[in-house]
Write a protein that binds this ligand. Sequence first.
Ligand code: PLP
Length: 452
Amino acid sequence: MSFRSTRGGPAVSFATAVEQGLAPDGGLYLPAAPAARATGEALEALLALPFVDRSVALLGRLVGPEVATGELATGELAAVVRRAFDFPLPLVEVAPGTFVLELFHGPTLAFKDFGARFLAGWLCRRGGGGGERPFTVLTATSGDTGAAVAHAFWQRPEARVVVLYPRGRISAHQERQMATLGGNVLCLEVDGSFDDCQALVKACFAEAGLREAWRLTSANSINVARLLAQVPYYFEAVARLPAAARGRPLLLAVPSGNFGNLAAGLLARQLGLPVAAFGAATNANATVPEHLAGGEYRPRPSVATSSSAMDVGAPSNWERIDALFASDPGLRALVRATSVSEAETLATMAAAARSGYLADPHTAVGLAALGALRREGEVGVVLATAHPAKFPAVVRAATGREVALPEALAATLSRPLSARPVANDFAALVATIGGWLAEQERAAPGPAGAAV
Ligand SMILES: *Cc1c(COP(=O)(O)O)cnc(C)c1O
């Protein structure tokens, strides 16, 4: 499979698309043509496979021809997938005919672990692309993405990770998940806003000298590797349904912010996912539901809600969904959308808790949307994107309950924070990162032991 920018241009290999992140024309990469669609017995055989084997098969269809060209050795993709998807993803029935697929049992308790771990595994295959020097993943975060990226590359000798976050503006849990790792992960607490952090990262990438000296790599959320990694779990949702539910039309609700997750669902559909409709569920940031209801596409500043990872007014992946709609018009008819208010979100958390299920605010937006969008006879599945323990204050306020801390999070509480403060200043940042990379080189030389 080759990949092409949403804005046209030449087809490139998967390796190139991953390496570039953003296409040179500013567009986002998508498969250049839809993959062959599995139907009938072939689809049943696919659904019968265990999750990891099925993921290898599906991702093989998406990046497969690289095997033929030698860019991807036989078995290499399987090794990457096996290591990346090494945690469970249970399907839980929360009410008759209503299920949630829990995608939050990875190391940072949110579904972003799927994309970050697959991307890390791909970039670190063959010792980081054959370079003698480790590469440096540099990223800014407002919370979840940084934690997922830091964990995904942690203890990989091929990589060093630098995460910038705005001081005092991420949650205590989010900070602990990244800033207690140490080793090859440097967390920098910037005296500024998230936008300042992003501007600093951008300034580093703009310097050719730094890009080369540090072997800078972006683990950007628009990277096509992160997108493809989200295709296989859609099939798991279907594969795990009880037989009685499998015979009925399926509505799959996707809590959405930047719309990468829904874009992956549409790719899954092209591969044969048996689904009647997708429910695009947003919080009060209603850019997409308003557009799909017939309005103009009108990106806008975001508004803050309790499902903060979905507070997006100008979704970066909408360009991908638009391109998919244009090339495969049938897809648009499959998408229903709705915006869920803050009051509905909290009421949904309370109602779910009364019937025995603690949902985080993002998953609750999906559950509320499912209720609004579902038609007679449909089975509903919500993609549960984060663990409720990541949002103890909202859960307490909405349900009166305390969430037990999962082990992954509890373990971070006993470890010291190792974040370093840095001024909101380019020269200070470069000096801090440069000094740390030199320390790293002395403490833990790269795979081939070469000096930086
Ligand atoms: C990122 C995120 C989302 C939104 O996913 P998109 O792919 O950006 O639509 C939803 N829930 C949680 C918990 C997230 O971290």
